[in-house]
Write a protein that binds this ligand. Structure first.
Ligand code: FES
Length: 392
């Protein structure tokens, strides 16, 4: 362990967790049930893989924003429990093209125990998946949904108990789930949300957020009509009276992500956070697709894909991700976060060169050494040959 990692740990915080765990152990039922290991059963409940769910209710928030309440198709089962801030991927079969899109869960973990998830979808121009969902998902539709995924969650050992949540547009959804979890008592920390949107009319979930704020003083919401600035973030710190440190959680469109990244030095400085703690204290979630930012390239390259014993050839654009080209050419490719972090789309580059923006390159060292890449954030720069894992 490097010295700087050690410095970010707070052993006293661990002691608090020990007490909470002891309480849980004392309250839990002991022993084996029949001859099943409870830990195995628990793992299956938490990681059930893809499952069919039913759209039980559609809630219209505005002309271009809807929420969907999803319950289990098999009513003897419950949705997997999740941590506030996680997302699920919906699997869509659009005329034979298999697409997968991540949506943060906007309901609370406690509500999953009551039997449902809520996901909220904004309709974007030219958004193939949202267009499909808007036209096809009705009450009673059966949809395929992954288990909860993602690491945009509060971790008591790592994060400060004072969190500034920076949300742009629909980036409010994971923070709303966190706010609910605090209000319901399943998460214990403070949260001040900076909600950036174009105006009051665009502040989806305003009523829900106000209701939460009226029930707990641990959640506050500040609306920013326009772009969120460094000063907005720094001023939000005042909401925690005796804050020794704060964590910043950012979720929103690519523009917000880039702005915070470009201003991170200033933000760290003004919040008195040392540079080496940046990765601990500023956390991002962005489902925005990567954009190519390297120099002049040919417009198209030849793309050969191997998937099991099948080989496909087509022309691929160099200004969109490899994953996008796979989807546009009806190659059934696995994906999760679409941002280079989850590893679901991991594929092997057999030949050719690609460009991977440094900020979205979440590969392990061994993977980069042995030519594995994440198609969701890689761009071809020469003709390429790729081996893609098949969807089961
Ligand atoms: S989809 Fe998550 S790393 Fe590619």
């Amino acid at each position: 362990m490097t010295e700087y990692e050690f410095k970010t740990l707070n052993p006293m915080r661990f002691m608090e967790i020990v007490q909470e765990r002891e309480k849980c152990f004392a309250e839990a039922s002991g022993g084996l049930e029949g001859n099943k290991w409870q830990s195995n059963e628990l793992a299956k409940l938490l990681h059930p893989g893809d499952r069919n769910m039913v759209v039980s209710k559609v809630i219209e928030h505005s002309r271009d924003c809807r929420s969907f309440i999803l319950t289990m198709e098999d009513q003897t089962q419950k949705p997997a429990f999740f941590s506030a801030g996680q997302y699920v991927c919906v699997r869509l079969d659009i005329n034979g093209n298999i697409l997968s899109r991540p949506y943060s869960i906007s309901s609370s973990p406690k509500e999953s125990l009551a039997g449902y998830y809520r996901i909220s979808v904004k309709k974007y121009n030219q958004g193939l998946a949202t267009e499909y969902i808007y036209n096809n998902w009705k009450e009673g539709s059966i949809v395929k949904v992954s288990e909860p995924m993602g690491f945009f969650t509060y971790e008591p050992l790592r994060d400060s108990k004072n969190i500034i949540g920076v949300a742009g547009g629909m980036g409010i959804t994971p923070l709303l789930s966190m706010a609910k979890a605090i209000c319901e008592g399943t998460q214990r920390h403070k949260l001040t949300i900076l909600y950036g949107c174009s105006g009051e009319h665009a502040a989806v979930f305003k009523d829900e957020l106000e209701e939460i704020c009226s029930r707990t003083s641990d959640v506050q919401v500040r609306y920013v009509y326009g772009n969120i600035t460094v000063d907005d973030i720094v001023n939000a710190r005042c909401s925690f009276c005796d804050a020794e440190d704060v964590s910043v959680f950012v979720c929103g469109p690519g523009g917000l992500y880039q702005y915070i990244e470009s201003q991170s030095e200033q933000i760290l400085d003004k919040l008195n956070i040392e540079e080496y703690k940046k990765h601990k204290y500023i956390r991002f979630e962005s489902f925005a697709e990567s954009r190519k930012t390297c120099g002049e390239m040919p417009e198209y390259v030849n793309f050969t894909v191997k998937i099991r014993d099948k080989v496909m050839n087509f022309k691929a654009r160099t200004d969109v991700t490899i994953l996008r080209s796979l989807e546009e050419n009806a190659v059934p490719a696995l994906s999760g976060c679409r941002g280079g972090q989850c590893g679901y789309c991991r594929s092997k580059l057999l030949s050719g060169d690609v460009y991977i923006p440094e900020k979205t390159d979440g590969r392990r060292l061994a993977d980069s050494k042995y030519s594995y890449l994440h198609p969701c954030c890689s761009f071809p720069i020469t003709d390429i040959e790729l081996e893609v894992p098949s969807i089961k």
